[in-house]
Design a protein around this ligand. Sequence first.
Ligand code: ADP
Ligand code: MG
Length: 399
Amino acid sequence: MKNLDNYNVERKKILLRVDLNVPVVDKIITEKSRIETIKKTIKILQQQKNKIFLISHFGRPKGNQNKKYSLKFLCSILEFEFQVAKVEFLDNIDDFSIQKKMNNMQYGDICLFENIRFYHEEENNDSNFIKEICKNFDVFINDAFSASHRNHASIVGPSKFLPCLAGPNLIEEIKNIDSFINQSKKPSLAIIGGSKISTKIKLLFNLIKLSDKIVIGGAMANTFLFALKNNIGQSLVEKDLAQVALSVLQKSKDSNCEIILPIDVMCANSIRDITNISNYDVNLIPSSMMALDVGMETIKLIKHSILRSKMILWNGPLGAFEYSPFDESSIQISNFIKKNAKKLNISTLAGGGDTVSAIKLSKAEEGFDYMSNAGGAFLEWLEGKGSPGVNALKENKIN
Ligand code: ADP
Ligand code: MG
């Protein structure tokens, strides 16, 4: 792939795809990793006096100009983070507006486009739409690994019209994830949590082939517990996927991959009503309560598995970690990995926005060889099929 080390980008007009889909609560960015990771790219491009246009999606406005999903609020934040006097903003993504803005900018200046998903052409992967944008640029750089699993115009489209480069952050993500997978040390353990089994079915089937053991926690585990005829009370569950859960269990038996499900869970009446919190065995969950974290005995079981592993892959928090005390297991496991991984020469990889947040909350970053901010893209990459964005970079023939 062409990149900033083997392709000269000086005094060029650059279309830079980034992932600024940052988590925001009450107009405050709760997690800035996605901005942190592109700082280096911006610095290089600025030092080489390029005109830089940042293109990103934000939320799911579904092709509508919904101001709730405007990226404008990010300009002042990016000015601060990039330590630059000004980040320009461009509301309208059309040929005329881009030309006008481009002509008013100096080399080294930065402009942020409005949310590309305000245009339905983005998710429809409309070739003419991206062609009109590309007309105004010399080079496209994809530094958004976390969005590269999507067949969208601003991810795969430019490869037909511009020289396309892999950005430093995208390269770093691929290098680290691949080098983890390729080690194939044994025994290997996968810890999979999160809210929904539906988003991770393919991953589970794939992991059965790759791992010696899989721990299933989070709300995902509820679907398995339900399929195994436990009463799971009011817990979050995908009942229609009970059969899939059973077939995951069957396939794992056939492949000699051990699956560990919670044996106990921490329950409350609801996420908001925590007046009544108790640890229950999974076959004794009261009908009025919901499981919001794995329980104390399960935590011990997971720690035991960690000590017997040489490779650990973690995706998905083990409980509703945003709501204390249901962060207990995710914090304990993060810290346990931090304490033991280096000492016992265990390779560790974590991926997923919420997983990384949980690890950071535990201040346990140093326990992990690598943490990927990518969620869906990370999981799809682990499935081994590459990603549309990266394939587009590889296939790009324009110099
Ligand atoms: P990642 O972003 O790391 O891929 P996911 O998005 O798959 O992780 O899952 C994270 C979400 O799962 C969190 O919002 C967390 O609250 C939720 N979750 C985990 N366990 C439970 C549970 N038992 N009940 C409800 N939600 C849960
Ligand atoms: Mg998530």
